[in-house]
Design a protein around this ligand. Structure first.
Ligand SMILES: Cc1cc2nc3c(=O)[nH]c(=O)nc-3n(C[C@H](O)[C@H](O)[C@H](O)COP(=O)(O)O)c2cc1C
Length: 334
């Protein structure tokens, strides 16, 4: 088996990334990431062992907790605003903002004790000691960045590479400053801007819709291109049924960036929840994630896609089905 195609399976927490997907991507000649986000140390360790039975060409992604504080009044106003929505499902919303570090300390310790070839980090810059410890253990450490300024901040920490994520990407924006206004820019232009200021390896991510875009991103200075949304309907992805169906449902006609579901900007298929609540949403991740979690789960259970976070990048209309290996080869033009 060789890793010879410049295509990376982006980490997708919440179900889509599975050991089977990472393995299939590696077998096709690409490079895959397991998503450590939302998992316990034990379940992440089990996924790593599973992948290791087949390949050493993989990475693990973790969420880095942010130290930003929550505006309680704004949070509670949003909770009140969502109450009628929750009542319809017989759910009581907890107006106390939940703080959570996504078990960062335990999962970091796991990756230091049992190192993997590549670790990618997202959401905030970690303590430099964490990066040094991962590197000393033998991992190459990549940081996800969304602007040239974030790229400079990340580079100053001595990283091995950057994942440059444009705002057309599906799922959460990786920005270190989730309260900022996120203006549209193509991933290609963002890669060019970041490339002008660094010689670090770049993996470009966001809005991929096919092989032409891959070539453009490589020409813009990326060493590899990450694909998320276009893998979500593959055989090996663990995407939920409601999400899988929504990606090809003609009732969804566009994506939107919203804080309504989790309190951090994320790109999703535009649905009722976004239309009704985005204007009231607050910058408070992961508190809003916990606030809306039961409501989203209840909606998913009864098949109501209008109230579920349907993460998707702008390339979603080209989402293929079948084996992930075919998607990787198609994107690589091989
Ligand atoms: C369902 C979903 C879950 C995601 N989860 C993560 C994650 O856990 N960690 C992360 O760094 N990025 C995550 N992302 C962002 C992807 O890693 C990547 O940046 C994005 O999918 C690229 O854009 P595309 O979806 O348009 O290909 C997620 C994206 C999606 C669609």
């Amino acid at each position: 088996m060789s890793v010879d195609l410049p295509i990376v399976a982006a980490p997708m927490a919440g179900g889509p990334s599975t050991p089977a997907l990472v393995r299939a991507v590696a077998e096709a000649g690409g490079f895959g990431f397991l998503a450590g986000g939302y998992k316990t140390r034990e379940s992440l360790a089990a996924e790593i062992s599973h992948v290791r039975e087949h390949t050493e060409h993989f990475g693990v992604n973790l969420f880095v907790p942010s130290s930003a504080s929550v505006d309680r009044t704004a949070f509670q106003n949003y909770a009140r605003h969502l109450e009628p929505e929750a009542e319809a499902y017989g759910i009581r919303l907890d107006p106390e903002p939940v703080a959570d570090d996504d078990r960062w300390v335990e999962k970091l310790a796991l990756l230091i004790e049992q190192p993997v070839p590549v670790v990618s980090l997202t959401f905030a810059l970690p303590d430099p000691a964490a990066i040094a410890a991962l590197q000393q253990a033998g991992s190459r450490v990549f940081m996800t960045v969304t602007t040239p300024t974030e790229a400079r901040q990340a580079e100053a920490l001595g990283l091995n590479g950057l994942i440059v994520q444009g705002p057309r990407a599906g799922g959460h924006s990786a920005t270190f400053d989730p309260a900022r206004r996120i203006d549209d820019i193509s991933t290609r232009d963002l890669v060019r801007e970041v490339r002008a200021g660094t010689e670090l390896p770049i993996i470009a991510a966001g809005g991929l819709d096919g092989p032409v875009a891959v070539k453009e991103l490589l020409d813009a200075g990326a060493q590899a291109v990450a694909v998320g949304t276009l893998l979500m309907r593959t055989d090996e992805a663990g995407t939920s049924d409601i999400h899988r169906r929504a990606l090809t449902d003609p009732n969804f006609t566009e994506t939107a960036l919203t804080r309504a579901f989790t309190g951090r900007p994320a790109r999703a298929l535009r649905n009722h929840f976004i239309d009704a609540h985005d204007a009231y949403a607050v910058d408070a991740y992961p508190a809003v994630h916990y606030l809306t979690k039961d409501l989203r789960q209840a909606a998913a259970k009864v098949g109501n896609a209008q109230r579920v976070h349907l993460w998707a990048g702008t390339g979603y209309q080209n989402v293929p089905e079948g084996p992930a290996a075919n998607v990787i080869r198609w994107l690589a033009g091989s």
